[in-house]
Ligand binder design. Structure first.
Ligand SMILES: Nc1nc2c(ncn2[C@@H]2O[C@H](COP(=O)(O)OP(=O)(O)OP(=O)(O)O)[C@@H](O)[C@H]2O)c(=O)[nH]1
Ligand SMILES: [Mg+2]
Length: 206
């Protein structure tokens, strides 16, 4: 056999071996990291609606959450185990009992609610931001119901909720959204996952 043929044969063997390895020896993809996140906000803010949409579930027959509900929300690079705590008055007084173990916080508010309810939402957010079990965690604040004419813009919410002074030094994201357009919600969850990933390598920046 000529030297040239021997070389071609060897190259052919290497090619076949490489193809075989690529096809047969590819292990399963690495598991996605999972994070435990607590989701709070007054009743009617839209917590269940947004989480159901993210899970591809119907939002037709949603009823107020009694107690809490847990959903595993899948994203390309992580899975968020979101524990939604019902926002009715008789439930929210027990919220803090369910904070333990949380790695991040999602706070949902109705941007078009009455002044009274908005003030109540602000008080709840302030309490959460200062709670010993949550104060070092990243916060995603969703100013929902942006489709309604009465909705305050995210900038107004930021001012009214005094986020700049209160959440200074903390890691937080504020996003305006509506249940009918999930693009901004998905994007902001992606940012939250970025903050949760940071947490694994960096100490909390408080
Ligand atoms: N127009 C409008 N309605 C919304 C939006 N998000 C939720 N809703 C409606 O608001 C109502 C309450 O939504 P839920 O998802 O049950 O609210 P929740 O925060 O889970 O309430 P609790 O479980 O009681 O704490 C439902 O009728 C939803 O269809 C939104 O962005 N725009
Ligand atoms: Mg609910």
């Amino acid at each position: 056999m000529s030297e040239h043929m021997q070389l071609s044969l060897a190259l052919c063997r290497i090619g076949l071996y490489t193809c075989f390895r690529a096809l047969c020896c590819k292990g399963p993809p690495p598991p996605r990291p999972e994070y435990d996140v607590v989701c709070i906000g007054l009743t009617g803010a839209g917590k269940t609606s947004l989480l159901s949409r993210l899970c591809g579930e119907s939002t037709d027959n949603i009823v107020p959450t009694t107690g809490f509900s847990i959903k595993a929300v899948p994203f390309p690079n992580a899975i968020l185990n979101v524990k939604e705590l019902g926002g009715a008055d008789n439930i929210k007084k027990y919220w803090s009992r369910y904070y333990q173990g949380s790695q991040g916080v999602i706070f949902v508010l109705d941007s078009a609610s009455s002044d009274e309810d908005l003030e109540s939402a602000r008080n709840e957010l302030h309490s959460a931001l200062q709670h010993p079990q949550l104060c070092t965690l990243p916060f995603l604040i969703l100013a929902n119901h942006q489709d309604k004419p009465a909705a305050r813009a995210p900038n107004q919410i930021k001012k009214y909720f005094e986020l700049e002074p209160l959440a200074r030094g903390k890691r937080w994201i504020l996003e305006g959204c509506t249940v009918d357009n999930m693009e901004s919600v998905k994007e902001s969850f992606g940012q939250l996952i970025g903050l949760l990933e940071d947490k694994e390598t960096e100490p909390a920046r408080i």
